[in-house]
Design a protein around this ligand. Structure first.
Ligand code: BDP
Length: 689
């Protein structure tokens, strides 16, 4: 009997040892060659840099590498100069980033010649939407790595520290240098001393990796935890409370980054509760942080249940304050004017606020792109956004250039991504979702690298080590693994757009879960801007949201010549057609098809595409370890089913308005709509057409 137990334990241990759970991300040590690292200084960060080189060196055997901290005007911020055997930087973080860059290039086989690499944005930040009870808003990878339920949260365990260190290392390896540790829907408890002690413990682990800690704060904290009667930003006692709080935080965390604030949005408290403005609120906090070098990231994600087109509201709210914010306030703007949809045009605030620092907010967690079930590589979406031309300072005023300091004078430049990280062994829920964390870091560092390069790097770093075939059969690996898998990643976001909301459709999810289709979803009494019919506007005459001058005139917020391009139905890119126009079902598309047929072709195309992804992945089996292979295979299966629900649900629903047949060469529906609605009703409790 005892022997059986022993064997079981042994088998279990062996499985644990060899189970590939994806925890190592893109940082997979190979068999390092010996290397001699010479460094003029010593510090914790430099020791990390040294160790990383020694643990992963794949350059010349026995090479000597020098790490030099020396001021150099050509190197900006925490940038670095890299050579085959040398890294020079102004800062210790710069050295660390140089080391990771060198190792990455060795692993991926990218050329290493002497060059300077400067970051596009100074602050490259992950926003964690983690609640203090350990749950994560829109998190699909388990509980928080920072917080947990109960008073147990105040004990910092060795396991906590180990995980935070792994997290910090992963971030540093891609240049991320800031973490907001809690949800934008912030609890006032965040600023109480017990929690701040834990923040200090986290900050102490992140610091050697060059990562600053930031917190989301609740605007009503002075009244809720400070014992004040009000949280009015113009009340001197309130201002003093925040100053004292800032001092308390900086005593614990001298390099604290600053605050992130969601105010007067979706029920969060804010300055408007006291008849004050966003500028009053943000500036008051900015003054409290200023003596310590802290910044305020004030979110522009503000809209209300008014009759105004939701897509216009942030611009209307914030433009009047352009130039009125302190220079340590950064307005954090979501990439699109609505809410992280699979495709949106860029928010018109980019480039329009010329006297205010604006930072993009991207969403890494896949709230609207299939959670951690769908394979969605988001770099193409972010590339499309960052390279969009705002024309705000003439042609070539891309969103990237409008926010990175190359066009407008600004003290800071920053970019944030809502993290997709949780306690799941593989961090992100889906093995391929790791690529989005990776891509965010790479683009924040260099906003002009192409998605193709990012995918290429990520695959090589993430899968090659486990593929024993790679060295002997590099050609086979490149041809039959790297290339098709890369292609699949690059097409994955567009496939989702196709089967969920093609041609500019947006926000037609069922209920608040933001996963399945729900173009019909409109519970009685629900705010109309929270229901899909508000966004698709389908009727027997046509479909789409008219944002031209005959509609909400959302186009009016864009700069010429873009405004005219978007207004004119024949020049508006078809990808944004139904975002800006309400068009008849038989409107002639560029393909020659009617709008109705074209819509169907996209829905069907998206479904077929996911099925092709399944085939691509199945063929990759021999190159991937069993565990990750099966995980991804199963997720693709679920994605395929969900894609079909989207296609059938949306096509059948819209058909009630178009009253036209599905193009006969397309696959016929397999679900009926009532079934899908019922499924949805069970999930959300209520359905009203
Ligand atoms: C929406 C999410 C909601 C967030 C909000 C925000 O559905 O959970 O709180 O954005 O960004 O996308 O504040």
């Amino acid at each position: 009997m005892k022997n059986i137990y022993c064997s079981i334990i042994l088998i279990f241990l062996t499985l644990c040892l060899y189970a590939e759970d994806g925890h190592q991300l893109w940082l997979r040590n190979s068999n390092p060659k010996p290397v001699n690292v010479v460094c003029s200084k010593t510090s914790t960060s430099l020791t990390i840099a040294k160790q990383e080189l020694q643990n992963s060196w794949m350059g010349e055997t026995g090479a000597s590498v020098s790490l030099v901290i020396k001021a150099d005007k050509a190197i900006r911020g925490d940038g670095f100069r890299i050579g085959k055997n040398a890294i020079q930087a102004n800062t210790e973080s710069g050295i660390l980033y140089g080391v990771y860059e060198l190792l990455r290039r060795q692993q991926t086989g990218e050329a290493i010649q002497e060059e300077i690499c400067n970051p596009s944005y100074d602050r490259r930040i992950l926003n964690h939407w983690d609640n203090l009870d350990g749950s994560i808003e829109r998190g699909y990878a388990g509980q928080s790595i920072f917080w947990r339920k109960g008073s147990d949260v105040f004990t910092v365990t060795e396991a906590d520290k180990k995980l935070w260190q792994e997290y910090a290392r992963a971030n540093a390896s891609i240049g991320i240098n800031g973490s907001v540790l809690n949800n934008v829907n912030a609890s006032q408890l965040m600023l109480t001393s017990d929690y701040l002690q834990r923040v200090k413990a986290i900050a102490d682990v992140l610091r050697p990796y060059g990562i600053k800690t930031y917190l989301s704060v609740r605007f009503s904290s002075p009244a809720q935890i400070g014992g004040l009667k009000t949280s009015d930003p113009l009340n001197p006692e309130v201002a003093q409370w925040w100053k004292d709080k800032a001092k308390e935080i900086y005593n614990l965390i001298p390099d604290f980054g600053g605050f992130l604030v969601k105010a007067n949005s979706e029920g969060q408290p804010g300055p408007q509760d006291f008849g004050r403005t966003h500028a009053d609120g943000a500036n008051m906090l900015a003054d409290a942080l200023n003596p310590f070098g802290g910044i305020v990231m004030w979110r522009a994600f503000v809209y209300s249940a008014s009759d105004e087109d939701r897509a216009k509201q942030a611009y209307l709210e914030f433009m009047p304050f352009d130039g009125q914010f302190r220079d340590n306030v950064i307005i954090q703007v979501k990439n699109g004017p609505v809410d992280f949809q699979p495709r949106e045009p860029f928010s018109p605030l980019f480039g329009a606020m010329k006297k205010t620092t604006v930072m993009p907010e991207l969403q890494i967690t896949q709230e609207y792109l299939g959670h951690s079930i769908h394979l969605a590589f988001l770099a193409p979406m972010w590339e499309e956004f960052l390279q969009s031309d705002t024309y705000q300072n003439g042609a070539g005023s891309t969103v990237a250039r409008c926010t990175d300091g190359s066009i407008f004078p600004q003290k800071y430049s920053a970019i944030a991504g809502v993290a997709n990280i949780g306690l799941d062994a593989n961090w992100c829920g889906h093995h391929f979702a790791q690529a989005n964390w990776y891509a965010f870091g790479r683009l924040a560092w260099n906003s002009s690298i192409r998605s193709e390069q990012i995918a290429d790097e990520w695959i090589k770093l993430t899968f090659s080590r486990t593929s024993e075939n790679r060295d002997e059969l590099a050609l086979d690996w490149n041809l039959n693994f790297l290339s098709p898998v890369k292609q699949m990643m690059l097409e994955s976001r567009e496939a989702i757009v196709d089967f969920m909301m093609p041609l500019g459709l947006h926000h037609i999810f069922s209920a608040n879960g933001h996963y399945g289709p729900g173009p019909w979803w409109a519970p009685k009494g629900m705010r109309k801007d929270w229901t899909p019919p508000y966004y698709h506007q389908a009727d027997t005459l046509g479909i789409g949201f008219d944002r031209t001058s005959s509609g909400s005139n959302g186009v009016g917020q864009y700069q010429e010549p873009l405004r005219s391009t978007l207004s004119n139905v024949s020049t508006c890119p078809e990808a944004y057609l139904l975002w800006f126009h309400h068009l008849p079902w038989d409107y002639k598309m560029k393909s020659g098809r009617t709008l109705w047929d074209e819509l169907c072709v996209h829905y069907d195309g998206g479904v077929q595409q996911v099925r092709r992804f399944q085939k691509v992945w199945d063929q990759a089996e021999r190159f991937v370890d069993r565990d990750r292979f099966v995980d991804v295979q199963e997720k693709l299966r679920d994605q395929s089913l969900n894609a079909l629900e989207w296609k059938d649900g949306c096509m059948l629903y819209f058909q009630k308005f178009s009253r036209k047949p599905f193009p006969y060469n397309l696959e016929r529906p397999m679900y009926n709509m009532d079934y899908l609605i019922e499924k949805d009703t069970k999930r959300v409790g209520e359905y009203h057409h």
